[in-house]
Design a protein around this ligand. Structure first.
Ligand SMILES: *Cc1c(COP(=O)(O)O)cnc(C)c1O
Length: 404
């Protein structure tokens, strides 16, 4: 037996895994053997890949690859320290300045990931006496940041601005800070958060407004500037979070806002203070990505054209892609709601066996009874690939009784 076999102390983990297996929601990691591309190989099988967040195909754009290689040659593979000790390289500063210019804000701080950006920021700017008003479907990194802050958390119903106002009224007489926070695009359903209405509400009640644009970065707004640009709310959102890990194609997260907000995060955000900064290649890659967003807007147009084509076809075939009369999704994120966790996982596996990669997602990532496969289009999928995927989706769904 290998030395690391489970000892009795951890036997309860084995029991928990057995429970997942009995429920049919246990999974093995699928292993990508080549590049994150529209057609690629997972576990030795060629598939049409509808599961990645590589919205604009930037994860393997030649200019980004060149930028990463050149930065590695010049600056090495690692930064050697956390930002505040000795690990702030010139190229880290250049990336922050590049993003601030792109987003039309005073300043920007880059974190190691979008998760670190959210968790690190919410927990840094709020404390025990403060209040957080959070959409019930906000991302896990916001929830964790809220918990770490020890502020009082009030959850409003999904996109329910009136409910958020009720909660704001409840704390209107409290002297402490209040934060209203929403995802710009919700990652499991693809719907857009009411950023304009919530920001107006936050203003009315003197609350801080924060938006997590992980799935809106590179997707929504002019040249992919995000949901604040989409709604024309420049200057009215105090804390804008974005990710560099999805459409931007590399890795990282960032916070945009006033100079003082960013300076404060330099001093107090724990992932910034206590975790090593990006390799220079990552920073260089991201700078090249923002250049492409500005130089090649046709990528974003292709992404939306593909999205409309594919979602229209699914809707016509009779798939439940969320929503009642019209699809709930407003972005390339395309859920196919199946219901039961086991059925969603089986659907995903059957699709994979027939050459379509679409991830099965069950509780606790989505509510019980709302299990689904989630598909994401990219600008790089061809019409022929989409048609082949649609055919496969239809015949597998019919065979499994998921489609009449
Ligand atoms: C993916 C995601 C994050 C985390 O971003 P990473 O850069 O992958 O850590 C945060 N918020 C939302 C809404 C996301 O979808």
């Amino acid at each position: 037996m290998p030395e690391t076999a489970t000892r009795p102390q951890l036997a309860y983990l084995t029991a928990a895994l057995d429970e997942l297996k009995a429920k049919g929601t246990h999974f093995r990691l699928r292993v990508l053997e080549d590049q994150q591309a529209p057609v690629c190989h997972y576990d030795g099988r060629e598939v049409i890949n509808l599961a990645s967040n590589n919205y604009l195909g930037l994860a393997n754009h030649p200019k980004l690859i060149e930028a990463a290689i050149a930065a590695t040659r010049t600056y090495g593979v690692g930064s050697g320290a956390v930002r505040t000790i000795a690990g702030t390289m010139r190229i880290h500063m250049e990336l922050e300045e590049r993003i601030a210019r792109f987003k039309n804000v005073e300043a920007c701080v880059v974190f190691q990931s979008g998760f670190a950006a959210n968790a690190g920021t919410v927990s840094a700017i709020l404390g025990k006496e403060d209040f957080i008003l959070s959409d019930e479907l906000n991302h896990a990194s916001i929830i964790d940041g809220a918990r770490l802050s020890r502020a009082k958390i009030k959850v409003f119903r999904h996109k329910d601005v009136a409910h958020c106002e009720e909660l704001l009224k409840e704390v209107a007489n409290e002297p402490r800070h209040k934060l209203v926070i929403t995802d710009g695009v919700f990652s499991m359903d693809g719907d857009i958060g009411p950023v304009d209405k919530l920001a107006a509400l936050a203003e009315k009640y003197g609350a801080i407004m924060m938006v997590d644009d992980a799935h809106a970065s590179g997707v929504l707004g002019r040249n992919g500037r995000g949901s604040i640009d989409h709604f024309g709310m420049h200057g009215r959102v105090d804390v804008q979070v974005g990710t560099l890990s999805k459409a931007i194609g590399a890795l990282g997260g960032y916070v945009c806002g006033s100079k003082d907000l960013i300076d404060f995060l330099y001093h107090r955000a724990r992932p910034f203070l206590f975790s090593t900064s990006h390799p220079p290649s990552v920073a260089a890659t991201c700078i090249a990505a923002f250049d492409i967003l500005e130089a090649e807007p046709e990528r974003i147009q292709r992404l939306w054209d593909n999205t409309h084509y594919f979602q229209g076809a699914l809707h016509k075939l009779g798939f439940n892609i969320g929503g009642v009369t019209t699809p709930a999704t407003q972005t390339p994120i395309t859920p196919i709601i199946v219901g039961e966790g086991r059925a969603a996982m089986e659907f995903s596996r059957a699709l994979f066996d027939e050459g379509v990669m679409g991830t099965g997602i069950a509780f606790p990532t989505v509510p019980e009874g709302k299990a689904r496969i989630r598909l994401i289009l990219t600008s790089e999928h061809t019409r022929a690939q989409m048609d082949r995927a649609l055919e496969t989706l239809e015949h597998v769904a019919r065979r499994m009784g998921l489609l009449q």
